[in-house]
Structures are given as structure tokens and as C-alpha cells.
Design a protein around this ligand. Structure first.
Ligand SMILES: [Zn+2]
Length: 265
């Protein structure tokens, strides 16, 4: 499988403007476009074309926090066209979770099958906590979900409950990394260059894989993770993977220092 890396949305969050030493001032939405025998597969989409045209009108309060850059050329649908494909070539979309910045772009691909976990979609459809109500305010339904129950699974380098997507055999694995949201998962993709693990929002800053994050970042993570202690367990597993299997490339969604990942990490 051939992997293309794209930044499908750039944001300048308010935290970075107020406290630039503690928070990042620029974040990206690092997504993958995979050429497979089944057509194109997207791992995360970033925001939709419409939101990237007019982020203030579409996202309101959320945009005050994130300051999404109005750059429609970065929308996933335009990145697909730039590579010479048609949006109709996209067969599968696998968002790591259902936060807007990871999946709102699914509305630009009504024909694609969108994979998510039972836990994640239940939480998005019936948000209970204040945090969940806020994060899924812009959640959109889709007409072609593939909902994975994750009742059983295999082990993969210390990660448990790992599922393959049937038709894609063992080249694409969903790795439960619950904590940021209740059904958040990572996606491991096998290409000619070996395994690449897209860890979504399991961590935010590459430095988390080798050291403890600064206090500001720890506070931020307490705010954004639904279950911070579970999220920390995932970071420990990722650190171990990074040390013991350095040949496996690991990336998260938002750290610009990891973009592109396949060339440098
Ligand atoms: Zn995110």
C-alpha cells in the first residue's frame, strides 16, 4: 500500500497565543491517504471543505478556541484532487475518533464507508458529560457506517484487543487507545516501508514519547482527555513501542514536528 501524508487543517489554538511556552501555537491535522487494492482509504479527514471556507460561521465558539485557518485548499477533498484522484475513489474512511477535527470531512465523501467503534459512536450520539456534549456538538451522521464492536481482538506489540478490517487483511489494524474519547483508536498501516502507527490524539507532542510533558501540557491533557489516566497508560505503551520497536514509525495528529512522518521518524 502506498501512503500519502497530508495536513488537512491548520489551527492556531488560543492556548498557544496566551501561553506560547506551555502550549503549541500552531497545530496541524496530520492525515493519511492510502492507495490500496480496494481504492483509497483515509485515516482521519480534518475539517470539511465548507468549514475551511468559513470556519467562523460554521464552528462558532469552537473556532474562538481553535482559530481554524481559512484554507480550503487544505481540505481533504482538495488534497485528493491534487493527487489526481476523484473523491469517488475514496472507499473507506477510518477516523481515529469522532472529534470534528478528525472526521468532519466525511461529509465531503457520502459514498465512502466510515469505520468507527461502537463505544465512540454511542458516545457521539448520546453525549452525557459536559465534555462530551461540547466535543460532539458538530457531530454529523453518515449514511454508511461500519461500526466495530471491539468485543475481541488480537495482541500487537503489547496492545490488546486489536482488530483487522476483514477486507484489508492484516495490512491495516485498529488499535484500541481509549482515553482521549471512550472509543478512540489508533490505526497501524503496513506499507513497503514497514508499519506506521497513526496514534490520533493519544499524544499531542512528540516529546511525550521520550519525556514527561511540561506542566501546561499536562493541564491541557486533563481538560481534553475524557479519561486522563487511561490516556496516560496508552502513552506508556507507545513509549515502550518507540523504544523496543524503533523500526515502527509512530505519529500523532497534531504535532507539526512530525510532519511528514515517514521521512524523519
Ligand atoms: Zn484532535
Amino acid at each position: 500500500m502506498k501512503i500519502h501524508e497530508v495536513n488537512a487543517t491548520s489551527m492556531c489554538p488560543i492556548g498557544g497565543k496566551l501561553l506560547p511556552k506551555a502550549f503549541p501555537s500552531e497545530v496541524i491535522c496530520h492525515c493519511l491517504i492510502i492507495e490500496s487494492e480496494e481504492g483509497l482509504i483515509l485515516i482521519d479527514t480534518g475539517l470539511s471543505l465548507e468549514s475551511l471556507h468559513e470556519p467562523q460561521d460554521r464552528l462558532g465558539l469552537l473556532n474562538l478556541m481553535l482559530d481554524v485557518q481559512a484554507e480550503p485548499e487544505k481540505a481533504m477533498i482538495n488534497q485528493i484532487r491534487k493527487l489526481g484522484f476523484s473523491p469517488r475513489d475514496v472507499r473507506h474512511i477510518i477516523p481515529t475518533h469522532l472529534d470534528n477535527d478528525h472526521c468532519e470531512g466525511i461529509i465531503d465523501f457520502p459514498l465512502a464507508k466510515v469505520h468507527t467503534s461502537m463505544l465512540e459512536i454511542n458516545n457521539a450520539r448520546n453525549p452525557i458529560s459536559i465534555n462530551a456534549k461540547a466535543r460532539y456538538r458538530h457531530f454529523h451522521e453518515h449514511r454508511n457506517w461500519k461500526i466495530h464492536p471491539f468485543t475481541q481482538g488480537e495482541n500487537w506489540f503489547g496492545f490488546k484487543g486489536v482488530k483487522a478490517i476483514d477486507s484489508l487483511k492484516d495490512e491495516l489494524l485498529l488499535i484500541p487507545l481509549y482515553g482521549h474519547t471512550p472509543g478512540h483508536f489508533g490505526v497501524a498501516v503496513k506499507s513497503d516501508q514497514g508499519w506506521l502507527l497513526h496514534a490520533g490524539d493519544a499524544y499531542y507532542d512528540r516529546k511525550e514519547l521520550s519525556a514527561n510533558p511540561p506542566l501546561g501540557m499536562k493541564l491541557f491533557m486533563k481538560m481534553v482527555h475524557e479519561n486522563p489516566s487511561k490516556a496516560q497508560e496508552n502513552v506508556e505503551l507507545l513509549k515502550k513501542l518507540h523504544t523496543k520497536q524503533p523500526e515502527i514509525k509512530i505519529m500523532c495528529s497534531h504535532d507539526p514536528s512530525e510532519y511528514p512522518c515517514l521521512c524523519q521518524h
